[in-house]
Design a protein around this ligand. Structure first.
Ligand code: COA
Length: 190
């Protein structure tokens, strides 16, 4: 168990039996963070089924050694998760595809712990690779989080999202994962 502000969490890799719980948290997080960004018709409608299908497919497909889906559980409840893919856009290094903390647990340090675990996993699998991710331009909370840990905005692109909306998105890049990990651990950058 690892302590964070107001609680303890345990980390474990996801398996196929976790798809419903992950999809439930993913949907709740998108409904909260992306209201006003993605269409209401999607957030109030097809999102639950669409996210469930995505996670069922992802957790059943082969290639688990090229991705990590890591869960943070608090008293057996899912408190957050992170997913990192090695082969999504390898010219940019690994892709942090999802990072979500349960909305009632924001700002307690859990996102930072999950980000650090994902970074450590990447460094063990592909030492020296950079890390990148996409974030909506209109998502100030997540951008504040990534800015805090030294992310560099390197690309702006209009991306087509589930639900059909086209949304301005930014690619954040960390060229040196050791420096990122130092920042996440609160150590001075070297
Ligand atoms: C982004 C997210 C994962 C951050 O997780 P979290 O557990 O709330 O973040 P932490 O508590 O670890 O924050 C660490 C630091 O990041 C910064 N930070 C976090 N949230 C921030 C915000 N809303 N605004 C500005 N800075 C923020 C702060 O410096 C914070 O340290 P502090 O609380 O001591 O000031 C979480 O807000 C989330 O799940 N958001 C919804 C989903 C989402 O947008 N995911 C990203 C998709 S690309």
């Amino acid at each position: 168990m690892i302590a964070f502000r107001n609680g303890f969490v345990a980390f474990r890799p996801a398996d196929a039996s976790d798809s419903a719980a992950i999809a439930g948290l993913h949907s709740a997080s998108w409904r909260r963070a992306y209201r006003g960004i993605l269409p209401d018709s999607y957030l109030d409608g097809e999102i639950a089924q669409e996210r469930l299908e995505l996670w069922e497919n992802r957790l059943l497909s082969s290639g688990m050694n090229r991705r990590l889906v890591l869960l943070a559980e608090s008293a057996s409840d899912l408190a957050g998760f992170v997913c990192i893919l090695l082969d999504a856009e390898p010219e940019w290094g690994a892709c942090l595809d999802n990072l979500h903390v349960r909305p009632d647990s924001h700002r307690r340090g859990l996102g930072r712990l999950l980000f650090a675990e994902a970074t450590r996993w990447l460094m063990s699998k592909e030492p020296g690779w950079p890390l990148h991710l996409w974030v909506f331009e209109a998502n100030p909370a997540a951008r504040g989080f990534y800015d805090r840990f030294g992310g560099e905005v390197v690309t702006r692109k209009i991306k087509r999202m589930p639900g059909g909306a086209e949304i301005a998105s930014l690619r954040y890049l960390w060229r040196d994962t050791q420096t990122l990990l130092n920042r996440l651990a609160g150590r001075p950058a070297v």
